[in-house]
Design a protein around this ligand. Sequence first.
Ligand SMILES: [Zn+2]
Length: 498
Amino acid sequence: MKKLCALLVAAFLVVGCSTQPSEINSPVESSPAGATSNGNFEPLLSASFDAAWSTDVSRKEMIETALFKLFRDIDSIRNDNCEFRPIVFAGEPLLEEHHYLLEGIADGMVASFCDYLTEDIPVIGGSYDFAKEVIAEQGYDSDEFGGNCGFDLQQDYASACAAYKVAWTGISLGSVRDGVPFVEERRLTIAAHELFHIVHDQINPNGAPGLSSCRSYSCQGPVWFFEGAGEFFGRAMTQYLGLQNYATFVPTDRSGYFIDGEYLSDLDFLTKSRNLAGGVENYYSGQIAMEFLIANIGLFPVMRVWENMNSGMIFPDAFQDSIGLELEEFYKKFKTLHLRLYEEGGHCDSTLGCPAWNKSEQQTDWYSDTSMNSESSQGNLEGHSHSEGLNPSSHGISEECLSVNEQWWANCTELELAIPKSPENSNHGQPTDFESIPLADSCKELGEVRDSEGWAKSFEAREIAGADQAFVSTQYYAALRHLDQNLDGVICSAQAPE
Ligand SMILES: [Zn+2]
């Protein structure tokens, strides 16, 4: 994993491979404890963009130029006396100490995009049960389950949804350690990501999940477009608001391998088929496509795509009219650019590597297909619902997080569980990389493949729980933490039952 991380850092300045605890690593002076810079990107105009749509640019130049143009454009329309307001509801497990962050993001997003808003934005931070309570009390529209995700969400600690006009972020923004409130990396950007969905849904309510009559991508745009926007604006706006620097990530597939560059470069194909990385590929490629768009033409033409869709244009027409490029032409340029960037990143040459991808020749006319009856398309139209790349089989550890975090046991799990950064293992004789740990749904299932008297996250937790027969393994505990119902740091031990 070390070698891989070095490659990633060199190519994209992705941190997360850092061996430093994130909380002592706070380069933005005004940023809250724990919020770290993942990128060191500055808003800087690069001469590489003097000629429009050049594909001969580096990722850093592209990101920095996009940040420059975005910040410049936002400065010109920002309205701190906006007539519309965020209505913030904060509940458990969002900490009191972090309410100001949620409020700051909500206020900042509303002031920045005031020109595009038509009504107040309800913003809920806390558990999904809390969100349902607020929705019921306030009489907001909801899905059939009383929430805003469009499905019966059970595990809410890493989820967030924007639909039915409400932005909900289920993730808490951090925890308190030794009396100091810490913010977990990236979590701030997810709140801004969801808020941006509400902004474009207010511009183009016809594409808004839950409330619209439109059932096709012709009036909503492809997933790469709105989720790429969520990813780009989520990260760029938290930097604009002085909370956390812009960050990048590289997705992996369900087996943990990097993904073929041809596949990730093919926005047209990703629009129709997007399952290789559980959907994350559209977020990843979409974020880069959004950088490419904004670095070239700034904020306003991108926002105009939603305005055009609202006036009845289908996406390819809405795109060409405001961006000034045919959608197909843009796809070609993106492919050239991304293929080179991805190759320079060296992902497929790394020890992890990329399995071969064979493009299926089966094509449908996506934008004219108004039936949208397939299971997978339906899901996306129900809501901009996120488990942020959650792989359902991995119990809440996202592919995205695994791909950039050597210390996944600490960095990809809930802060509330206080899983040690330095892993502790007794002499249990089992490999501890994530892929080698059986992801069992029950202790019985685990017992069938691994013989043990339980697993503790640390020697201390084992002692406190009085489970001296249990093995200690920080990684086993982290991967199987969903089995810890009483949160004592020990799972599957008869000596410390749940
Ligand atoms: Zn989203």
